[in-house]
Write a protein that binds this ligand. Sequence first.
Ligand code: GTP
Ligand code: SPV
Ligand code: MN
Length: 580
Amino acid sequence: MTTTNQSLQTWVDSVARMTQPDQIHWCTGSDQENRQLIDLMLGTGDLIELNQDTHPNCYLHRSSPSDVARVEHLTFVCTSDKEDAGPNNHWMAPADAHAKVDALFEGAMKGRTMYVIPYCMGPIESPLSRCGVEITDSPYVVANMRLMTRMGAPALARIEREGTFVKGLHSIGELDPEKRYIMHFPEELTIKSIGSGYGGNALLGKKCHALRIASHQARSEGWLAEHMLILGLESPEGETHYVAAAFPSACGKTNLAMLIPPEGYEGWKVYTVGDDICWMRRGEDGRLWAINPEAGFFGVAPGTGPNTNPTALAMLDRDAIFTNVAVTADNQPWWEGKSDDETPAKDWQGRDYDPANGPSAHPNSRFTVSIKRCPSYSDQAEAPQGVPISAIIFGGRRESLVPLVFEAKDWEHGVLVGASMASETTAAATGKVGIVRRDSMAMKPFCGYNYADYFAHWLSFGEQAEGLPKIFHVNWFRKDDDGKFMWPGFGDNLRVLEWIIDRCKGSVDATETAIGYLPTDNGINRDGLEIDQAEMDALLKVDQKGYAAEMDSIGDYLDGFGDRMPAAMHEQLEKVRSEL
Ligand code: GTP
Ligand code: SPV
Ligand code: MN
């Protein structure tokens, strides 16, 4: 298969001249092609067969131990003007960046097959979807892209019809952290990534295209590309509301997107539209309509268990790829939190399990699985127009200060709330974990342009308030003096979602405070929950002094963007400050 799209053909030819692969394979996405790739990887050891009786068509990939997470310090946004990338991004001049990576791509695919992967982010027939082509020398990337995107012949047909696509060039190179770069050229709709085979660095449709490049496009075209899950919540009365929620990496999006209602919530249903990325555009009715550009999950394995996320567990017993998990003696995938009655035999590096080496599964070990395997998959997930969003929820991992839930006073205040987000760093990116840092809208590693301009873009939606969702902030991660989580989380988060939807409908009162509206004393349903009043009060208390200091810190953060920061952000901040 080749293509009638001349610019695609020319690009593929030029990449082949530079990287010098032995063969070129245009991916169709067929089952037969996938089978051949799996067999090839089983032969090379890139994949290890898992227990086919308990886990049919499931495989394990052990990555290079120095290539297990996103690498933010090696990720660049290369705009012609440095200011356009902003202080939130690492920047390199486009010509320098091209020169730097092209030197590494020179001859990089010698002895390898070059795969050309046409893909579509979003339902093939949706006007909100966008296409791309990833060129890679990694069959593991091909197999993952097949699960994560609409990949192959239908995507190529759309590209040939539309004529536009994002160009993504990827090579595992030498898997050398010293020769690793994830470069973005938003003005050229181009990505060049070399030296890593890990998810967000290598599956270019995901963070590179659907967030960094797409956020840049979205700004000029008037829509939003966000690091958000999308779920539908159906009440026992049969009314469904959709919410989009932005939590930083490894802070609970996958879990919330497919939660199982707790006891006492019979008749409530959660439908999963997406667990990581959300593209939203305003409809003629003024509402924000959202699609999930992805077709699969690349989810965090540790912590996924029968009491936390049974939905995810149910979809992982077939047709899944596991990366850097442990295995049991009978070769089933395993990770910390999966079950109590099994134990790991080999750790994520294939060594005999020894607790002295740390957790058996890497803390950022992941599963890849098609969204169609999800028992709570929404029948609206393929809707070309998307789903209408009633509420936007921001949230981070904050062991102190930030209440369980509060509602922003209006859109502008909500933009400040999103911009003020902070969270403890996690194993999803290399570097120290547990450090609180600002992560505005959970987009710190993913916003493809200057955050100040991004906040202005968000604010611009508020010029026509009619139909916009209400904005909320949640925190599932408050800890007590003993370091224990105060809120049970997981399925019980539905109690907070219920309050949020009731606020959207205007059917429940709230208490006005300086930071926003909080639930009244019995606002959150606690039936069947073992949590006492004192603890609940602590979860819903606004610590005036603590927040005054927090607002100072947010002020410093906003100041860091200089004149480009919209005045409305400072005004919103001053309003909260004076009310405190
Ligand atoms: P990315 O895929 O990296 O973007 O992450 P994500 O936001 O989808 O995070 P995910 O849902 O995979 O959760 C990450 C970790 O947080 C897992 O280990 C979960 O078990 C844990 N977690 C999720 N929700 C909750 C919660 O409500 N309370 C607590 N205490 N932990 C949670
Ligand atoms: C994240 O880190 O936010 C992820 C995983 O969802 S990755 O694909 O690596 O970006
Ligand atoms: Mn993510």
